[in-house]
Design a protein around this ligand. Structure first.
Ligand SMILES: Cc1cc2nc3c(=O)[nH]c(=O)nc-3n(C[C@H](O)[C@H](O)[C@H](O)COP(=O)(O)OP(=O)(O)OC[C@H]3O[C@@H](n4cnc5c(N)ncnc54)[C@H](O)[C@@H]3O)c2cc1C
Length: 387
């Protein structure tokens, strides 16, 4: 049986989140975009309200103390939050899914305070010399007397400046694989108050104003043995198990922005007159609108199907890669076409189109570039055939 009907609860979640975004976030977009800053007062008020609404940590399972929403519902929430500037949407924080893998002391020291909104997490994988090729990372952790000693550097770490700790990926040794010797990667919980951790400013970024990225330096950082997540060398398995589905979050955000851009273009085409008629009467404007609507419909179907498969436990890495690839590239096409539909005004800061167009660019790069998504998908196609 195939049924695309949303439950009453899911409809209410959409309504509630949309109203929160429209009332509390959208009116602050102009200021945020103009100043490239999110005031701490606004950030904490948005966080408080999102906690009251139950949006905070809604993605984590109830057995660890999260909201326990199914993947379809989380995706629907992400789509509503995705309509506005990321820095504000992120105040309704959904912690990293990987935190559900916390055990023992990790639960008390990291997971519980995160769920209570007292600590904030971020993820540190990328290095100046190790982007797509994460296994080439140089940051390393060595075990001695039940303490890990960490040295190395990470960059492009989103929101580290407003976080309390990171899930850090570091090399803990080497192993022989069918492709030669590769580094063994493990995940650690590293508190930014741990001696030897430096959270430095990152780069200025054309996408996502007020959403910081930072450089992290680890200089002889000694952390207790229990801060490793899972067994030593388990880092890549954790990434695949917990972080693959987070690509759906990126995909949902992309569809949200594409919808907002399309809505503006559609309205403009129905109102703006040139040569004595509505510009929507020109096929040069109306046919791209038809293409946009069709692409958005397809993207929504991918979101629903992938989220549904996560809930069924049947999702594959390729499913998440396809959703992320298609939705992020679709957003770029639609942001550009929506801007073209509006003409010169599309580039002006009076409309959110220039922001959506700027912000769209990063979605094809982070959480695995489009090329890496194509690599994942194509390996899934060819490997079973022995190629
Ligand atoms: C603003 C921002 C925030 C970020 N936030 C975080 C974060 O919070 N935490 C974190 O760990 N990382 C974060 N990242 C890092 C992000 O995930 C990486 O930028 C991304 O994985 C690509 O790595 P790279 O930029 O080093 O590019 P590279 O890996 O150097 O790639 C350069 C080019 O080569 C291509 N390429 C590389 N390998 C292949 C291949 N095998 N086949 C075909 N093409 C290939 C790429 O697709 C790309 O076009 C962030 C990045 C940015 C820009």
């Amino acid at each position: 049986m195939i049924d695309f009907t949303l439950s009453e609860e899911q409809k209410l979640l959409i309504e509630m989140t949309r109203s929160f975004v429209e009332k509390e976030m959208v009116p602050n977009e102009d200021e945020l975009e103009r100043t490239n800053q999110l005031s701490p007062q606004l950030a904490s008020s948005l966080k408080e309200k999102s906690m009251d609404l139950g949006l905070h940590a809604c993605n984590l399972p109830t057995k660890v103390g999260g909201g326990g929403l199914d993947a379809v519902s989380v995706m629907l929430i992400e789509k509503e939050l995705g309509r506005t500037s990321l820095a504000m949407a992120e105040c309704a924080h959904r912690p990293l899914n990987i935190l559900a893998a916390c055990e023992g002391e990790q639960v008390e020291q990291f997971l519980k305070p995160t769920l209570a909104g007292k600590k904030r997490d971020c993820i540190a994988m990328t290095e100046p010399g190790a982007g797509s090729d994460l296994r080439s990372m140089r940051c390393r952790a060595e075990l001695a007397d039940d303490e890990w000693n960490i040295n190395g550097e990470k960059h492009f770490i989103s929101q580290a400046s407003v976080s309390d700790y990171c899930v850090l990926f570091a090399a803990t040794g080497e192993e022989e694989t069918s492709k030669g010797i590769k580094k063994r990667i493990s995940a650690f919980l590293v508190d930014f108050k741990d001696p030897g951790v430096e959270v430095a400013s990152g780069y200025r970024n054309v996408s996502h104003r007020a959403y910081t990225n930072n450089i992290l330096r680890f200089n002889d950082v000694r952390i207790p043995g229990w801060r490793i997540m899972g067994p030593e060398g388990d880092g890549f398995r954790l990434v695949n198990e917990w972080l693959g589905p987070t690509r759906l979050t990126v995909a949902a955000t992309c569809v949200a922005r594409a919808e907002r851009a399309y809505e503006i273009a559609l309205k403009y085409a129905s109102e703006r007159e040139q040569f004595g008629q509505k510009i929507g009467k020109f096929q040069g404007i109306s046919f791209p609108l038809a293409d946009m609507a069709t692409e958005i419909k397809l993207a929504n179907l991918m979101l629903i199907e992938t989220a549904w498969k996560i809930d069924q436990g049947t999702v594959t890495t390729e499913d998440c890669a396809m959703a992320k690839l298609y939705c992020s590239e679709m957003l770029s096409r639609i942001a550009d076409q929506a801007l073209q539909t509006v003409g010169g005004m599309g580039l002006m800061e009076e409309l959110p189109l220039e922001r959506i167009w700027r912000d769209a660019r990063i979605e094809r790069i982070w959480d695995g570039t489009s090329e890496i998504q194509r690599h994942i998908i194509s390996r899934g196609l060819l490997r079973p055939l022995g190629a």
